[in-house]
Write a protein that binds this ligand. Structure first.
Ligand SMILES: [Zn+2]
Length: 124
């Protein structure tokens, strides 16, 4: 993935504002048009940029280009032991077990925890 720049969480949330975006809507950030209707951004705003499992804090967004279609999107990252860690939108009930793509079925999780969780259902 080609990286274009690093942006603070505040910068990204300010660019997105408080609107509910329709499918396909875009916002301008640093001269690029970014898809604004992403459930990931909605989730990071709702729950905060923090892993629900280990508490790792997201620190910045990176604007990265999709190898598939060349479009730019923003990925949230934190760091652990000097390594960059991607933040993901985790399905609380995995899709493989009938979980849906609904906001109520999402939680913020770092990639390390997400990989450990895999397809297991966690009991709180
Ligand atoms: Zn974590």
């Amino acid at each position: 993935m080609q990286r274009r720049g690093i942006y603070s969480i505040t910068t990204v949330f300010t660019a997105l504002g408080n609107k509910i975006y329709e499918f396909g809507a875009k916002v301008e950030l640093d001269g690029e048009m970014i898809n604004a209707d992403s459930d990931r951004y909605r989730l990071f705003k709702r729950d905060g940029c923090k892993c629900c499992r280990c508490g790792l804090e997201g620190q910045y967004f990176a604007m990265e280009r999709s190898a598939k279609d060349g479009s730019y999107h923003l990925n949230l990252y934190g760091t652990k032991n000097g390594q960059e860690v991607l933040f993901t939108k985790d399905h609380i009930l995995p899709k493989s077990k009938g979980g849906t793509n609904a906001m109520s079925n999402y939680q913020v999780m770092c990639r390390i925890c997400n990989e450990k969780k895999a397809d297991k259902i966690e009991k709180e």
